[in-house]
Design a protein around this ligand. Structure first.
Ligand code: PMP
Ligand code: GLN
Length: 386
């Protein structure tokens, strides 16, 4: 029997590959983005409470109403924007599902979708499965900035969607107010939809602010934003998130969502609804992760890696060109196998595998793990291992 693959060129996601390699070689895993510490005890108790109290059947397709109400209040509080909890917010099975369902809902065969590369790896396959064409715009080390004049040149009458990600994985850069104002200008008068991936909204450092697409009234009618409880609650394995957008867009999103997953885990939604009543649960994330970033960077400052502290996310990219000329995929493998620290190569997030000689470290780890990893990283400097 002949199988006609819909994604013939696609391999296994780099996150599974590098975590697999880290486990195989017992390397410290700073590759795939997940904390090595547990989520809050109180949150776990809330989950057991709701499981044990029988909250175990389907909840509404749009999400648990009291959770979407908490989210509407949080959005109003943080971004000053009004989104209706019933018609404009939907709980999803992670940001990945929100992204997939959104793309399936809006992208028609032959439509173009502009993606900022390096791009989180679920974007491109989701567009291809909808029959869309990916139009890449590349940002590059060390400043990872979008030149909006160049970006605007990619817009055609086939452009259906622009996908943004701020704070940006893997570069750790963020979009500023000026970026959104430029974006506003270039989409004015078009039918382009914007999907803004903001899963790291609470991880922005050095007193900088997270600008959300939801804050720009001129962009409201055309925008959806995605979020991840996995990131915000240190519970990536729960695969829960949400999407926010204007009612007319959400109406179309729900047509796909209802047959993609229909609904997401009920008792966890109850637990999260209780937990997020206290805004300290998420407002403390920036100082918490900034401290980890600073701790790690201080420990590797004398290594041959060159870096500028990231502005957001829990990822730090670093240039390794003082150590090796080899491609970043090879270097990442060797870091894992020979030096005991697994990292993510960045070239895999570019359609043409652009190799800037940078790798990504995840610093969502305990200080002990960061310290041990840093020690191995610094040994590379001393010439003991290379
Ligand atoms: N977008 C980006 C930029 C991510 O880094 C991730 C990984 N958390 C996701 C989306 C997917 O999030 P989730 O695990 O909630 O599906
Ligand atoms: N978002 C995580 C990262 O960037 C990984 C998610 C996944 O493994 N698919 O590392």
């Amino acid at each position: 029997m002949k199988i006609r693959s819909k994604l013939p060129d696609l391999g296994t996601t780099i996150f599974s590959v590098m975590s697999g390699l880290a486990n195989k070689h017992k390397a410290i895993n700073l590759s795939q983005g997940f904390p090595n510490f547990d989520c809050d005890e109180r949150l776990k108790q809330l989950v057991s409470h709701y499981v044990n109290s029988g909250y175990n059947q389907y909840c509404p397709m749009t999400g648990l109403p009291r959770l979407t109400e908490v989210l509407a209040a949080k959005i109003k509080n943080l971004y000053g924007s009004d989104y209706d909890s019933k018609t404009e917010i939907n709980v999803t099975s992670g940001a990945t599902q929100a992204i997939f369902s959104t793309i399936q809902a809006f992208v028609h065969p032959g439509d173009e979708v502009i993606i900022v590369e390096p791009a989180y790896d679920c974007y491109q396959p989701s567009v291809l499965l909808a029959g869309g064409l990916v139009v890449p715009y590349q940002i590059k080390a060390p400043d990872w900035k979008i030149d909006w004049k160049e970006f605007a040149k990619l817009i055609s009458n086939k452009t259906r969607m622009i996908m943004l990600n701020t704070p940006h994985n893997p570069s750790g850069s963020i979009l500023e107010d000026a970026d959104f104002l430029e974006l506003q200008k270039i989409v004015e008068g078009t039918d382009i939809i914007i999907l803004s991936d903001e899963v790291y909204e609470h991880m922005v450092y050095d007193g900088k602010k997270h600008y959300s697409i939801m804050e720009y009234p001129a962009l409201r009618k055309r925008s959806l934003a995605t979020f991840s409880f996995g990131k915000t609650l240190h519970a990536t394995g729960w695969k829960l998130g949400y999407i926010v957008g204007d009612a007319a867009l959400m109406h179309e999103f729900r047509k796909v969502h209802q047959f993609d997953v229909f609904t997401s885990n009920t008792p966890f939604q109850h637990a999260i609804a209780d937990y997020l009543q206290d805004e300290n649960t998420y407002m403390g994330l920036a100082p918490f992760f900034q401290q980890k970033r600073d701790f790690f960077l201080d420990k590797i400052k004398d290594s041959p890696f060159v870096f500028t502290p990231c502005s957001g996310t829990y990822f730090q990219v670093a240039d390794y060109s003082a150590i090796s000329d080899e491609p970043d995929t090879e270097f990442a493998k060797r870091m894992t196998i020979e030096h005991g620290v697994a990292v993510i190569p960045i070239s895999v997030f570019y359609h043409n595998n652009l190799d800037n000689k940078v790798v990504r470290f995840c610093f969502a780890k305990t200080e002990e793990v960061l310290e041990n990893a840093a020690e191995l990283i610094c040994r590379i400097n001393s010439g003991k291992l290379i």
